[in-house]
Design a protein around this ligand. Sequence first.
Ligand SMILES: Nc1nc2c(ncn2[C@@H]2O[C@H](COP(=O)(O)OP(=O)(O)OP(=O)(O)O)[C@@H](O)[C@H]2O)c(=O)[nH]1
Ligand SMILES: [Mg+2]
Length: 494
Amino acid sequence: MNINEIINNYYILGSLAGLVLFIFFIIIIESKNKKDKLKNDRLELEKLEKEKEATEQKALLEQKRIEEEARKARDEARRLALKEEKRIKGEKKKAEIEAMRKLELEKKRELEKLQQEELDIKKREELEIKLKKEVEKKALLEQKKIEEEAKRKQEEVKKKAELEQERIAKERKKEKEASEKRKQEELKKIEEKGKTFKEGLAKTKRSGFLGKLNNLFNEVKELNDDFLDDLEELLLTSDIGPKTADVLFEKIKEGMDKKSIKDSASVISFLKQETFDILNIKFEEKINKKPYIMLFIGVNGSGKTTTIGKLASQYIKEGKKVLLIAGDTFRAAAVEQLEVWAKRSGAGFHSGKDKQDPSSVIYDGIKKGLDENYDIIIGDTSGRLHTDKKLMEELKKIKRSAVKAHKDAPHDVFLVLDSTNGQNAIHQTKYFNEAMDITGIVLTKMDGTAKGGVIIGISNTYNIPVRYVGIGEGINDLKKMDVEEFVDALYSND
Ligand SMILES: Nc1nc2c(ncn2[C@@H]2O[C@H](COP(=O)(O)OP(=O)(O)OP(=O)(O)O)[C@@H](O)[C@H]2O)c(=O)[nH]1
Ligand SMILES: [Mg+2]
């Protein structure tokens, strides 16, 4: 082994020894550190335990203090509560005392009030008794007065009633006498013998437009312009109405121009034919209806009731069962008049109460006619002015009632025209026809007038057939229109 190696070995050994020493040193240091740390930790622990002890001590003290304070607070609260209870008790007692006091006061007042009321009632009762006595006294006096007054009035009424009864008896007697007289007169008229068309038309022929025409022919020798002037004037002033007069005149003039009319005889025969054509209006005969219901209308006094009586008599003679309805409730005498005709002819009769609505009388009458199996029912109506709107409305109502009683009623509405009215009859036809749809005309009093020519004017203007002609007051003086016979009678020479 060389030195180097030995040195080297020493180095290595020295290094190793140094390392061991170093590690040993470090271990010693480390162990010392550990010991120190353990010591420190123990010290720290001890310190902490001391602190914990101190804190616990402190907490114990604090708790004790709090408990002490709580106890004190409880004591205080109890004391306060006792005090409050005492105060409330005191207040309650005070309130009770006050309430008692008030109650007593109230009772006292109530008592006083009751006493006062009792007093008032007593006073009132006394007053009432006093008043009652006074009223009774007054009532007694009043009753006495009333009794006296009643007695006086009773006597007065008795006296008045006696006078009234006397007056009524007198009036009744007078009325009965007048009624009897009227009936006798009516019967007298009825019983008169019937006339012929010729007799009935005598006046018209003599002094009516035909009479005037005959007079004209007596003067005129030939048919020239002078004749035409006279004829025109005659026709226009006659009762046939200007419209019809104009038509006839133009036709005669035309006939003269064409030479078909060349003398007075041909004028007459032309007029006769014209009259026939004008009057010959077709109509439906309804006599076979069962019952055959008719209404008669017209102005006052035109001859409705008389015509109904005459017609009833004719139908009864033919074996029909006829009922007359007194629809003229306006006048008692009108009902009476129809009754006379009914008795005379043997017809049934229906009338309503005085002033009863005519439409209800007509309704009841038709119902009676239906119930009792009449063949013919004839309704009379009050006379009315054709210009009176209210009365014309009443007619329409009558017609409506008739329809209600029987759906086909009236089968015929006859307008009764007084021929003595002349041209006014033409106006009447216009208005009555507008209101009631007239199915036929009855022209009365042809016997008493020269204005018979009016029949031509009416038929020509309204194309309504003239169904009957009245030529007198007697029961047989109603002629069923026979146009041929009528025209013959009108234009006959005798
Ligand atoms: N000369 C004549 N008189 C007649 C004719 N028809 C009716 N009279 C008379 O005319 C008058 C009136 O006849 P009414 O039958 O009462 O007439 P009316 O239409 O019923 O009359 P009111 O009920 O008052 O509207 C009576 O005196 C009838 O005798 C007639 O054809 N010739
Ligand atoms: Mg009458």
